[in-house]
Design a protein around this ligand. Structure first.
Ligand code: SF4
Length: 400
């Protein structure tokens, strides 16, 4: 990175993630890569007084360049890659009659499952979240195409989510002992960082992504930011894989709305016939649904889980609108749906950069390379959370 603006100094007592991000950006030896989530671009403008739901994707790219970031990539691109991996995994599980499959892109849901319902972990998709997929590709594929040393790359991600910070330090999401994602900034922190640098988002001219490998996204990748979006995106792709043609009705209205649990039946055709898909948001409704799944009382094939009511458009790292059905969240969600409607490409498998990634690097969805790089595993953490101080002490003394 090359620092364009003056880095704030003398704040040792209050060093936070903004400072760490700036340290990387200002280090001439380091190539900094920034990624930002689907929901960030429709909520971030509000931090600078812009109307709710304003799409500030181009402003964020300009702001990143202005503070000296080397490469700006799009988490939306990785969302498309997630669909390729998760969709393929789902079809395999359907063939094996293993059901339901739960999505795995929300780290608060992963923590919840590991701590409260470890018996359900085998049903979770092993595909990493878009944040981790992008970081991994940025440290493996990107060095090949840009001629950068992998050890000199640091990935900073801007997320609507505090749980993403927790995800970034999971021991299973490391490469050669270093985290895949180096710094996670919430939208609130990124706004603070820009203000410290004297940047007002409103004053910036929007610019476009300039990386030709990892920044194009389909409408399917964009709708990851709102509840039901991952499911809609997955259905678009698995239908096409099974039928070698596109689904006619790609907007699944039954999955859109505000109820805690929403479901739809899709005729996948081929050997699969009708499949039942569902989405749940908010941990109260999630707990109730998981209990039903464990009791064998549901017949769902695929379930999307988002811990935040309303999904990432109302995530815990952004200005909260408190209730998913209140105007801020609705405006953000509507902008995301419009991005999809206006997109030239609306299915993940038709994203040209995704096709190139598989052709030149990953070979095929769920290939050995894809499995090594883009999949993860989960651990039973129930005991860890129930440990008393005495248990911890016993563990330490027994292992020493
Ligand atoms: Fe993070 Fe909430 Fe989105 Fe889950 S739903 S990924 S906790 S912002």
């Amino acid at each position: 990175g090359q620092c364009v603006l003056v880095c704030p100094t003398g704040a040792l007592g209050e060093r936070d993630e903004c400072e760490r991000a700036l340290d990387f950006i200002c280090d001439p030896e380091i190539t900094t890569v920034v990624q930002f989530a689907p929901a960030v671009r429709v909520a971030f403008g509000e931090e600078f007084g812009m109307p709710a739901g304003t799409n500030v994707q181009g402003h964020i790219i300009t702001a990143c360049k202005k503070i000296g970031v080397d490469i700006v990539l799009d988490t939306n691109f990785a969302a498309d890659v997630v669909i390729m991996e998760e969709g393929t995994e789902l079809l395999t599980r359907l063939k094996d009659r293993s059901r339901p499959t739960f999505t795995s892109c929300c780290p608060a849901w992963i923590n919840f499952a590991e701590i409260h319902y470890p018996e359900i972990l085998p049903l979770l998709s092993s595909t990493k979240s878009p944040q981790q997929v992008l970081s991994t590709i940025a440290k493996t594929y990107l060095p090949e195409i840009h001629g950068v040393k992998p050890e000199n790359i640091r990935v900073i991600s801007i997320m609507p989510c505090t749980a993403k910070k927790d995800e970034a330090v999971r021991p299973q999401l490391t490469m050669d002992g270093a985290p895949e994602t180096d710094v996670v900034l919430t939208t609130r922190e990124f706004a603070r960082l820009l203000r410290r640098e004297g940047i007002d988002l409103k004053d910036l001219e929007p610019s476009a992504f300039d990386d030709p490998y990892m920044s194009e996204f389909s409408g399917a990748g964009a709708i990851f930011g709102t509840t039901g979006g991952v499911m809609e995106a997955a259905v678009r792709t698995i239908y096409s894989v099974v039928n070698s043609k596109e689904l006619d009705q790609i907007e699944l209205e039954q999955l859109r709305g505000f109820e805690g649990v929403r479901a739809a039946t899709v005729d996948l055709g081929g050997p699969f016939g009708e499949v039942k898909v569902a989405m749940v948001h908010g941990l109260g409704d999630t707990r109730a649904l998981v209990e039903k799944v464990l009791a064998g009382e549901t017949d769902f094939d695929f379930i999307e889980v988002m811990a935040c009511p309303g999904g990432c458009v109302d995530g815990g790292g952004s200005l909260r609108s408190k209730k998913a059905y209140l105007p801020l969240a609705i405006a953000r969600r509507d902008t995301i749906y419009n991005v999809d409607r206006k997109a030239n490409v609306r299915q993940s498998h038709n994203n040209q950069q995704v096709k190139t990634l598989y052709r030149d690097f990953l070979e095929a969805p769920n290939s050995e390379t894809a499995h090594t790089l883009l999949h993860t595993h989960y651990t039973d953490r129930r005991r860890e959370m129930q440990q008393t101080v005495k248990d911890v002490w016993d563990d330490i003394t027994m292992s020493s």
